[in-house]
Design a protein around this ligand. Structure first.
Ligand code: CAA
Length: 388
């Protein structure tokens, strides 16, 4: 098993895990990826098998049924699964980092016991409802409300761009308990999507990651009992932003997988395709493309592992997660563009995987914070370090 430069000495567990996940990704997930891309059919079977392998609750404690693995393993597994199918990758990422993680980090013992086991087993899938039609990059400006009533809260409003929104049984929702408080009113809730008043209003028809759902969710007077409050009232924006730090490691891993698939396909194609009487791999122009793709991929991979390593060490990793997500998503877009160039006209057709890689790569520069937002986060952390 190639661990791409991860020091394997003394890390036999990681090597074994990656062997298992890589074999599963290539034998089970990859052969069906084209079908899922073309039909938009949700990869139910992949998710079921991933849950059996512990991939749907990778960092969740064993006491809640999780695999209790580290964030580096998570990033590596995200790369493996996404190299086979980026739609399956994002489904896994949202369940792990945007739903299971905040429940384990901010939930009460009762909440963890109730909500984590079904997430880990994928009996219920999770979604993270932060964005709204008018609040994407600026979640502090959200308008969905949670009005305090006897025994709980009533949630009203619309959420947009919610990955897993169609299939989710558990939704971590952010709503304002008082719009006049601005960011300080934002509060997090764990919502059972079978509750009365919850509905999927619309599904997006997307450029890439077509087999994962991206939904508009509508909350019409959804009564949520008090014990579904996650953290404290007014703590929601901090919970959302801390959660997104970890989420960005997952999306960086997804971008690495997409980019790696495109690089591998380009090497194979260059060795087979003959022009001017020899495989194009013999041409320096192609060799330079492959070399540049390889460097950008590995640089982004090391930044991703660095962020994950800091998360595992329990220190703040906001800047490093943004660096990883920015570098990996831009590398994925750049590498997949070059991959099509290496393939020439063939790369522009649906017959070759790089066409799908190119479409799937784009979203990694947008969700869980656009590249512009990552730059803003990195700059803010850089200046904060100077003024300390
Ligand atoms: N961890 C914990 N707390 C944090 C934090 C972090 N990473 N970042 C900021 N905070 C705290 C701040 O300390 C501040 O607290 P105080 O009020 O006590 O000082 C509070 O949160 C607000 O922080 P800012 O003042 O920095 O907030 P801001 O309004 O200036 O916004 C931002 C900062 C970087 C622009 C942030 O809003 C952001 O990251 N936006 C992008 C949102 C995003 O990624 N959306 C994607 C949605 S999820 C998705 O894609 C859907 C999907 O299904 C995949």
């Amino acid at each position: 098993m190639n661990l791409f430069g991860w020091p394997v000495e003394g890390d036999e567990d990681k090597r074994m895990l990656m062997e298992q996940v890589s074999a599963f990704a290539q034998k089970v997930v990859a052969p069906k990826a084209k079908h899922h891309d073309e039909t938009g059919e949700f990869p139910t079977d992949n998710v079921k098998q991933m849950a059996e392998m512990g991939l749907m609750g990778m960092m969740v404690g064993e006491e809640y049924g999780g695999a209790n693995l580290d964030a580096v393993s998570y990033a590596m597994c995200m790369e493996e699964i996404s190299a086979a199918c980026a739609s399956t990758g994002v489904i896994m990422s949202v369940n792990n980092s945007l739903v299971a993680w905040p429940i384990e980090a901010f939930g009460t013992e009762e909440q963890k016991k109730k909500w984590l086991p079904p997430l880990v087993s994928a009996e219920k899938l999770g979604c993270f409802a932060l964005s709204e039609p008018g609040a994407g990059s600026d979640p502090g400006g959200l308008k969905v409300t949670a009005k305090k009533v006897d025994g709980g809260y009533k949630i009203n409003g619309t959420k947009n761009w919610i990955t897993n929104g169609k299939e989710a049984g558990i939704c971590v929702v952010f709503a304002s308990i008082d719009l006049s408080l601005g960011q300080k009113g934002v509060t997090a809730f764990i919502v059972d999507t079978s509750l009365k008043g919850f509905s999927v209003a619309k599904l997006e028809d997307k450029l890439g990651i077509t087999a994962s759902s991206t939904a508009q969710l509508f909350f019409d007077d959804v009564f949520v009992p008090s014990d579904c409050l996650l953290g404290k009232e007014g703590q929601g924006l901090k919970i959302a932003l801390a959660t997104l730090d970890g989420g960005r490691i997952g999306i960086a891993g997804q971008a690495l997988g997409i980019a790696r698939c495109a690089l591998e396909a380009s090497k194979k194609f260059a060795l087979e395709r003959e022009q001017f009487g020899a495989p194009i791999a013999k041409l320096q122009a192609i060799q330079w493309h492959i070399a540049d793709m390889s460097v950008r991929l590995q640089a982004a991979r090391l930044l991703t592992w660095n962020a994950a390593r800091l998360k595992d060490a329990g220190v703040r990793f906001t800047k490093e997660a943004a660096q990883a997500k920015l570098a990996a998503s831009e590398a994925a877009m750049w590498i997949t563009t070059k991959a099509i160039q290496v393939h020439g006209g063939y790369g522009y057709t649906k017959e070759y995987v790089v066409e799908r890689n190119f479409r799937d790569a784009k979203i990694t520069e947008i969700y869980e914070g656009t590249s512009e937002i990552q730059r803003l986060v990195i700059a803010a952390q850089e200046f904060a370090a100077v003024t300390k």
